[in-house]
Design a protein around this ligand. Sequence first.
Ligand SMILES: [Zn+2]
Length: 115
Amino acid sequence: MLEGLKTQKKRDTLVVEEINKCKCGFINDPIHKHKKIDLFLRNLVTTLNESLIKTYGCCSGHGKYHPTIIIDNVGHWKKELFSGVVVPRKTRFYITDSNSLYYIPEVEKFWKEQK
Ligand SMILES: [Zn+2]
């Protein structure tokens, strides 16, 4: 999966680099399996995958953002597992901030509204 992303246009390459920095990413990537997943989420993501639930990306939030795991949604888009928020994109679920941490704006908005 990572190789596929690398062959895409430059912006996708940038996203992959940010994911590597973050130690998060795609568990379904056969090359980097389990190596890019934040420790906090590693067992949960592994358990989901063993239960045949595919994951497409994840991040612990690194103490700044809410933890996120991207899974399939019934219907067209993907869904973030903890919040249940539907992310209306096929790729590039995350946005990077100025400290190279990445987050999903729709998810942050959702949790802010719950307070
Ligand atoms: Zn992360």
